[in-house]
Design a protein around this ligand. Structure first.
Ligand SMILES: Nc1ncnc2c1ncn2[C@@H]1O[C@H](COP(=O)(O)OP(=O)(O)OP(=O)(O)O)[C@@H](O)[C@H]1O
Ligand SMILES: [Mg+2]
Length: 403
């Protein structure tokens, strides 16, 4: 099947204020959480409603953000259709899901889709970026706190788990969660209850947890930065979101979708894409994935002087090309010498003149510094004569030519 699936997004079961935004300050988050409680959870105990009045009202997110929050999802490439099928299979269960993918591949969109296809679709979907809080704040953000729990806790405040009760909690950038908090999260997932900071009373919660990461969590586990037991708890279902370069069949359907969205926003008439521009879109490696494509199309519409996007209207970054080529062709360095080889390949990519001399000077200079600027030791370290070392250090202006 090669048709484009256009899925209506679920009707907003929450006001936009119920969703955590990556760029918010803790104060804004606290304010929005207060609003969430006042608008979304009318049956919850009166604590939040009486003690935390709504401090501000947020306009619709669509009018605030420059990026359009997709109201439809485009799935056209066979890889995306396979992912869609997998989402359909796993969504109805209550299993925790780990969504893995590079930045901008649509991990949050996938998480929302899992929620929308689950029995919890009428409950809240709460998205929290674990990297957005300091270590001291993250506990009260996730689990809430009682009045007086810490300096500045002037009133009781429910956390994200309570806000997501009956629905889904999406923990974005889970790899950024401090180790101390990982233990507590594990306990909550096991016990299905939370204890607010400063309280002894446990509150039962009914939340499905979806987590996302753009790093290889297994590597973080191996390096001791992420708890293995928590990894297995979260990774009951594993959804890998492919990069845009690995699903080229989505590029043009997505481009057309973004053209429609942005031209409507900008009040333009119908806009087409020239065949050369299509080719340029298909040939790019898209290191920023769908978000990059969205930005490229938005910009192209702003600068386009006709009713058809041309090659020249598409401004793509070039830094991803070599990175993508390297990622595809080179294994990750496992020894320092392999790392050096990788670094050399980067330099060869740029192909500036005089390269050998620059590399040689760098080797001498680094060895010289490493040996606390002792020439005899540095020469011994490199296995060369002191005279050769001296000559190179003079050339690199590290020492003076005069004795
Ligand atoms: N299948 C899709 N159809 C339409 N738009 C999409 C699709 N997937 C992603 N997008 C859009 O691309 C942008 C990036 O998606 P999203 O925020 O879900 O990515 P992400 O993987 O969570 O990114 P990050 O790693 O930076 O948090 C959003 O504007 C989203 O609406
Ligand atoms: Mg995200």
């Amino acid at each position: 099947m090669n048709s484009t699936y256009v899925l209506p997004d679920a009707p907003a079961s929450l006001p936009p204020s119920a969703e955590a935004s990556v760029t918010e300050t803790p104060l804004q988050i606290a304010q929005r959480l207060a609003i969430t409680f006042n608008h979304v959870l009318p049956d919850r105990p009166a604590i939040a409603r009486t003690e935390v009045p709504p401090l501000l009202t947020m306009p619709d997110k669509r009018t605030l953000t420059t990026s359009i929050r997709a109201t439809v999802q485009v799935f056209s490439d066979p890889q995306s259709l396979a992912l869609l099928e997998r989402i359909r299979m796993v969504a109805p269960s209550d299993a925790n899901v780990l969504v893995i993918g590079e930045t901008g591949t649509g991990k949050e969109l996938v998480a929302r889709h899992v929620h929308n296809l689950s029995a919890r679709k009428d409950g809240p979907f709460v998205a929290v970026n674990c990297g957005a809080f300091s270590e001291s704040l993250v506990e009260s953000e996730l689990f809430g706190h009682e009045k007086g729990a810490f300096t500045g806790a002037f009133c009781a405040k429910p956390g994200w788990f309570e806000a997501a009760n009956g629905g889904t909690l999406f923990l974005d950038e889970i790899g950024d969660l401090p180790l101390s908090m990982q233990v507590k999260l594990l306990r909550v997932l096991q016990e299905r209850e939370i204890v607010r900071l400063g309280s002894r009373r446990s509150i039962p919660i009914d939340v499905r947890v979806l987590a996302a990461t753009n790093v290889h969590l297994q590597d973080a586990v191996a390096a001791g930065h992420f708890r293995e037991d928590l990894f297995y708890r979260l990774n009951v279902v594993h959804l890998a979101v492919p990069t845009l370069r690995d699903r080229p069949g989505d590029i043009l359907p997505l481009a057309r979708y973004f053209i429609e969205e942005y031209r409507n926003r900008l009040g333009y008439g119908p806009v087409d894409i020239e065949p050369r521009a299509e080719r340029k879109l298909l040939e790019h490696s898209w290191p920023g994935n769908i978000r990059e494509l969205e930005n490229v199309i938005h910009y192209a519409l702003l600068v386009c002087r006709s009713d058809s996007l041309g090659e020249g209207d598409l401004q793509m970054s070039s830094f991803g090309i070599h990175a993508a080529r390297r990622a595809a062709s080179e294994p990750v360095a496992s020894t320092p010498l392999e790392g050096l080889e990788g670094a050399l390949r980067h330099l060869f990519d740029r192909a500036e003149g005089n390269l050998f001399e620059q590399i040689e000077d760098t080797v001498m200079r680094v060895a010289f510094d490493f040996c606390n600027r002792n020439q005899i030791q540095a020469a011994r370290l490199l296995g060369i004569s002191r005279n050769v070392l001296r000559a190179r250090l003079i050339r690199a202006k590290q020492i003076s030519a005069q004795k």
